[in-house]
Design a protein around this ligand. Structure first.
Ligand code: C2O
Ligand code: CU
Ligand code: CU
Length: 528
């Protein structure tokens, strides 16, 4: 293969302070299917690492699953571009027990299968690792016991299996799964390991939203390919790690130049940003606004309108798109619009084309009310914790000056079970490492494992305003969330409960290169 299609070529220009600081970084190309362990940042606190009981690696006799699935991580090849075979790492699924709808593959895609479960169902998943390095799967956004959450301490090696057993407790929504081995999450997700985990419930069913073929999950990712059509990922210690990896080829559901054939009627589109670090500002080229019906943690109370959609890594947005006024043959282009983050300018590039191909006899009506979110009351919060997002000399990105330690937690990461708390993510950029006088600041999509949260406040300082205004109208802070984009110069407060499960859970930046370099910490929920 000589040349990949340039239609989806993403123009990007680094500019400003970050580029200058990072000019000394030497890019180093590594092979697509990465081998060898990543560099693990040094522990920051030196606290003793707890010894924990061994993980549940075998199925238990007293757990009666409604659905049982085998997921296998394998080295494989995929045809992403015509007549080219690309090496990927993929997750293959097999339904062992339960309703056939519980496991669906995305047609012509190397991405993991779609898991579809109902709230209240019990699921057992056997994850077998056939990769040449350790891995473990995390259910992003799901609310499961600590040993079932895919914490990196539970990694399994080649030929080993980890058995997950849990009840689906989340409200209906668009969740997803991906690997979580420390230091290697970025390369493993990049190589192809990610899939949707969709949850349904009675409340969602009552909203009568488009379903079946009219309910379409779409994962947006950027990749880089070499002249042989092989994935290229930049390794540790590079500029890509400090800034986050950015590709120049856009893929939707694992495919370039993605076209979505639709009928002239309403659709529910579920958008997931499955990219390692790229933020998107999604807009219809014809300027049509968006009707948002859901966020990370399921349906909003009511639909909201946005002129465009800002989607940071790991975030999900569900939209209602009605094609019923469009004549057959119409093509609607979804693009990423220009914006800047203060240190990075993103140009315009195509995402996908929706082509109206057929009439539809029936249509759906957008409900005025979608769900009852039952948010907590901020006045009931017991305390506020602050998490400073900082660049630290020698350690890179940190949370309160610390990097990840496998099982350690500090006092400010220890929580009483049942607490309702405010966590404030502070991206003011005045790093204590003093790497750059005023401090270097990048966007950080902050994610917490466990129960979803509500964004209750977003403060923007003067320095961050100009960049923020290029993205802000597309941000949806309503609804239940598990990942929140914290832009440079911002302090964002979230309200959440630490209710049902005790044990060690993670919070981290979902820029996967930041996460891998240690911008991740544990929090521990203790029984009272
Ligand atoms: Cu999707 Cu800990 O991550
Ligand atoms: Cu998660
Ligand atoms: Cu980050």
């Amino acid at each position: 293969m000589t040349k990949l299609t340039r239609r989806n070529f993403i123009r990007f220009a680094g500019a400003g302070a970050a580029t200058a600081v990072l000019a000394a970084c030497t890019p180093k190309t590594t092979t697509p299917a990465p081998t060898g362990a990543g560099e693990t940042p040094l522990p920051a606190t030196g606290l003793p690492q707890a010894t924990l009981p061994p993980p549940t690696a075998v199925a238990s006799a007293d757990f009666a699953p409604d659905v049982e699935i085998a997921l296998k991580a394998v080295q494989d090849t995929a045809v992403i571009f015509p007549n080219v075979t690309t090496n990927v790492w993929r997750i293959r699924g097999e339904l062992l027990q339960g309703d056939a709808s519980a496991l669906q593959s995305i047609p012509d895609s190397y991405l993991g299968p779609i898991l579809r479960l109902r709230k209240g169902q019990k699921v057992r998943i056997h994850f077998t690792n056939e990769l040449p390095e350790e891995s473990i799967i995390h259910w992003h956004g799901l609310h499961v016991p600590a040993e079932m959450d895919g914490h990196p301490q539970y990694v399994v090696g080649n030929g080993e299996t980890y058995v997950y057993e849990f009840e689906v407790r989340n409200r209906a929504g668009t969740y997803w799964y991906h690997p979580h081995p420390h230091g290697r999450t970025g390369p493993q997700v990049y190589a192809g390991m990610a899939g949707f985990f969709l949850v349904t419930d009675d409340e969602e069913a009552a909203a009568n939203l488009p379903d079946g073929e009219y309910d379409i999950p779409l994962v947006i990712q950027d990749r880089r390919f070499d002249d042989n059509g092989q994935l290229v990922y930049q390794g540790n210690g590079t500029m890509d790690q400090m800034m986050g990896f950015l590709g120049d080829q856009l893929l939707v559901n694992g495919q370039p130049d993605f076209t979505l054939p639709v009928a002239a009627r309403a659709y529910r589109l579920r958008l997931l940003n499955g990219s390692n670090s790229r933020i998107y500002k999604l807009g219809w080229e014809n300027g049509s606004p968006f009707t948002v019906i859901g966020t990370d943690g399921g349906l909003l109370e009511k639909p909201v309108e946005r002129p465009y959609l800002t989607l940071a890594p790991a975030e999900r947005l569900e939209i209602w798109v009605d094609f019923s006024d469009q004549p057959i043959g119409t093509e609607l282009n979804l693009v990423s619009l220009p914006f800047n983050t203060g240190s990075f300018n993103s140009g315009q590039f195509p995402i996908l084309t929706a082509r109206v191909e057929r009439e539809s006899a029936e249509n759906a009506t957008l409900p005025e009310r979608l769900s009852t979110p039952n948010f907590f009351d901020e006045a009931d919060a017991e305390r506020t914790r602050e998490v400073a997002l900082e660049m630290s000399m020698g350690r890179g990105w940190t949370l309160n000056g610390r990097t990840f330690e496998m099982t350690a937690v500090t006092d400010d990461e220890t929580i009483k079970q049942g607490s309702l708390e405010i966590w404030e993510f502070n991206n003011k950029g005045s790093g204590r490492g003093g790497m750059m006088g005023g401090g270097m600041s990048l966007p950080h999509p902050m994610h917490m494992h466990g129960e979803s949260f509500k964004i209750i406040e977003r403060q923007i300082d003067h320095d961050g305003e100009a960049a923020w205004e290029t993205l802000s109208a597309g941000v949806v802070d309503d609804g239940w969330k598990d990942t929140v984009l914290v832009m440079p110069g911002q302090r964002v407060k979230v309200l959440r409960r630490f209710g049902d499960f005790t044990g060690l859970f993670l919070y981290h930046c979902h820029n996967l290169e930041h996460e891998d370099m240690g911008m991740m910490r544990n929090y521990r929920v203790d029984a009272v």
